[in-house]
Design a protein around this ligand. Structure first.
Ligand code: ZN
Length: 337
């Protein structure tokens, strides 16, 4: 009798365990079709890595006007068919954000980086020379000095595509004083402000241009569009804005730069530094003569970029690349779609 009673005690325990197991399995099965994460963005931090890395980034305004990005993984770093990517994206955004990516076949077809990157013809290197540009977006931040220290240790220079941050004048200056290139990204980094109209874009660009010139004395004509020239987020505000801007900035004497190697540090908060190093190494395996390596200088959420940087520099040099800062004459990596 006692033995029999003991058995019954296990029934509810086993049942509970079973239910939990099923719930876990369901969660696991559905998780790939949901936004992988959403981040509250206090300082309008960017997620440039998005579209080129199989992610879709949708700027959204939450309660109290707080902006955040809903980040949806289209495909798991894969090159699966456009149809598959499209349907997955559509599912993922349902009920979470505006339908900016629904039914958008162009978004789906751009889930591979290989097909959309190309370099322009401005060539100042000899034919067998390999050049790498280390580029940091969205700074300056509390990490800027740490990044500069590492760059100094390796005696290499990088490029910082800056945005406006208050009370950081000394950091903008440090970028320049220590021999790195300061370049323009955006004043506000607010997609809704810059990608609605051409005028809105230039209001913002002129503000960051003038601010950088006032603080550092540098009249920069080197720019990177928030989200890159191939971003799909802008279509939510103006379908043809990127086409307009790409032509227009060039006519106005600017050179815009995208990237062809993505550290993927923008695809999450403090991603594993080992992963960032691996992503860069994988990008280098494509054997392009000129690589522009995308990283971010955005403070607390990107401390692992600082951790990974020494190994990234070593990996780049081990592949025979010479690391240089961008200049107005540099060969620009521009997304071709
Ligand atoms: Zn950015």
């Amino acid at each position: 009798m006692r033995r029999q009673g003991g058995k019954y005690i296990y029934v509810p325990i086993l049942a509970t365990f079973g239910i939990l197991l099923v719930a876990f399995a369901i969660t696991l099965a559905t998780i790939t079709n949901k936004p992988v994460n959403s981040y509250a963005v206090e300082d309008e931090t960017a997620y440039e890595g998005g579209s080129g890395n199989g992610y879709e980034f949708v700027e959204t305004e939450g309660k109290n006007g707080v902006k955040y990005y809903v980040i949806t993984k289209n495909t798991a770093d894969s090159t699966s068919s456009a149809t598959a990517a499209e349907s997955k994206t559509s599912q993922a955004v349902t009920g979470t954000t505006a339908n900016s990516t629904k039914g958008d076949s162009t978004t789906a077809s751009t889930s591979t980086t290989e097909s959309k990157t190309t370099s322009t013809t401005k060539t100042i290197r000899s034919s067998d020379e390999k050049i790498a540009y280390l580029t940091f977006d969205d700074g300056p931040s509390i990490n800027t000095e740490k990044l500069l220290d590492i760059l100094d240790q390796y005696d290499v220079k990088a490029t910082f595509f800056v945005i406006y941050h208050k009370n950081m004048e000394s950091k903008y200056k440090a970028i320049v004083d220590r021999g790195n290139t300061i370049a323009l990204h955006s004043y506000s980094h607010s997609y809704s402000k810059i990608y609605r109209t051409e005028k809105g874009y230039y209001n913002d660009l002129n503000k960051i241009h003038d601010y950088v010139e006032e603080v550092t004395g540098v009249d920069s004509k080197i720019i990177r569009f928030p989200g890159g020239s191939s971003n799909t987020v802008s279509r939510k505000y103006n379908k043809s804005i990127m086409k307009t801007l790409k032509k227009s900035v060039t006519e106005n004497g600017y050179v815009f730069h995208d990237w062809n190697v993505d550290s993927t540090d923008a695809s999450g908060i403090n991603r594993d530094p080992d992963l960032l190093v691996e992503k860069v190494k994988a990008g280098l395996q494509k054997k392009k003569p000129v690589v522009d390596i995308l990283m971010h200088d955005t403070g607390k959420s990107k401390t692992t970029t600082v951790e990974a940087l020494p190994r990234i520099i070593e990996a780049v040099q081990a592949e025979g690349y010479k690391i240089e800062p961008l200049t107005i004459e540099s060969e620009a990596i521009q997304h071709n779609w």
